[in-house]
Ligand binder design. Structure first.
Ligand code: PLP
Length: 360
């Protein structure tokens, strides 16, 4: 009865993970209580937490000189904490804008740093990455911030920009663990969990440890990454249920073959959908430059807003959920995270062909 769910986030979770969570909901591993009813400082949850971190380290090949934090809240919170922790008051920080989420990062950072928009493709409606030759990076910037994958605009970096030794901070909310990642090239990687990693309510932050020595700005302990790192993300009560579920997702990803296998599946899914769009003779239209097309989120348009709406409604009736585009861009959006099987992309493509035949 489970449909193919193309939601951009909170997004589909693997069915086996949900089943396991359901099985363990009342009683976790013979403990007489659910994991969500136990102290975060007890041996049971401490083991779950440590295992999740170890599995994520294995999955993403995270070196020891990087801290891995599991923090309550989402990616937006990190967008404010990053300048507080890694820049002194009024220091410059470079931001490269490739879509909506880069702009929210700037908005969150503005009270704390002097934001330099080093490059932006906003004038082109975020349909491409800004030309690398035109980036105005500041050599004295505290960091350079990019959005690895823009969830709404469907634009993805396919290589890692060279920032001349300035730490690269990347929002990987919608593409983390979708393919191998060279963590060593980044100062900070952060992601809200609700697309590829698990349920909403927890964020993963991967920080090169030397950056934790930066003074940053006056801030409460609870906003201090160094304090969170020193206390293994248990400075206060962490979102234990979310952490546990993310841990199950990590185990599932490892069992399925890890990020190499997901890179293969994700490339196959995206290729299917883009091929269907490109072969439709203009009935379906993706406006992103081919070299910047996202593998995770594919926005596209039909010839009219009326047809867009009809497509979404008929798709839903056919068991293809949550295909409505984000209100900022309209149209359709198909999100193809790790938990979406290749069969889901095949079903979407078959529906697209059928819909075009009936309405084209
Ligand atoms: N960054 C990206 C790339 C996102 O896709 C999102 C949410 O969809 C966010 C940031 C904001 O995340 P949150 O809602 O977890 O704060």
């Amino acid at each position: 009865t489970r449909a193919f769910n193309f939601s951009a986030g909170p997004a589909a979770l693997p069915e086996v993970v949900l089943r396991q969570a359901q099985e363990e909901m009342l009683e976790w591993h013979g403990a007489g209580a659910s994991i969500v009813e136990m102290s975060h400082r007890g041996p049971e949850f401490m083991a779950v937490a440590a295992e999740a971190e170890a599995d994520l380290r294995q999955l993403l090949d995270i070196p020891d000189d990087y801290a891995v934090l599991f923090l309550p809240g989402g990616a937006t919170t990190q967008q404010a904490l990053i300048p507080m922790n890694f820049a002194s008051a009024g220091q410059r920080a470079d931001y490269v804008l490739t879509g909506h989420w880069g702009k929210t990062a700037v908005k969150q950072a503005t009270p704390y740093v002097s934001v330099n928009v080093a490059a932006s493709s906003e004038a082109e409606a975020f349909r491409d990455l800004p030309d690398r030759a035109g980036w105005q990076l500041s050599p004295d910037a505290a960091y350079v911030h990019i959005t690895a994958n823009e969830t709404i605009h469907g634009v993805e970096f396919r290589d890692i920009p060279d920032t001349g030794g300035v730490p690269l901070v990347a929002d990987f909310s919608s593409s983390i663990a979708s393919e191998p990642l060279d963590v060593r090239r980044y100062g900070v990687i952060y992601a809200g969990a609700q697309k590829n990693l698990g349920p909403v309510g927890i964020a993963v932050v991967i920080i090169r440890r030397d950056l934790l020595q930066r003074d940053g700005q006056p801030r409460a302990d609870i906003f201090d990454y160094r304090s969170h790192a020193a206390r293994d993300s248990m400075l206060n009560t962490p979102p234990t249920w979310n952490w546990y579920l993310a841990g199950l997702v990590f185990k599932w990803m490892l069992a399925e073959g890890g990020v190499v296998e997901f890179a293969r599946r994700n490339a196959a899914k995206a290729a299917l959908v883009y091929a269907a769009i490109d072969a439709s003779g203009g009935f379906y239209r993706n406006e992103v430059a081919p070299s910047a097309r996202s593998r995770m989120n594919i926005p596209f348009f039909l010839p009219s807003a009326e047809l867009d709406a009809r497509f979404v409604a008929e798709a839903k009736a056919a068991g293809l959920l949550a295909l409505k585009g984000h209100k900022a861009v309209g149209g359709i959006r198909a999100s193809l995270y790790n938990a979406m099987p290749v069969a889901g992309a095949e079903a979407l493509v078959a529906f697209m062909a059928d819909f075009q035949q009936r309405h084209g």
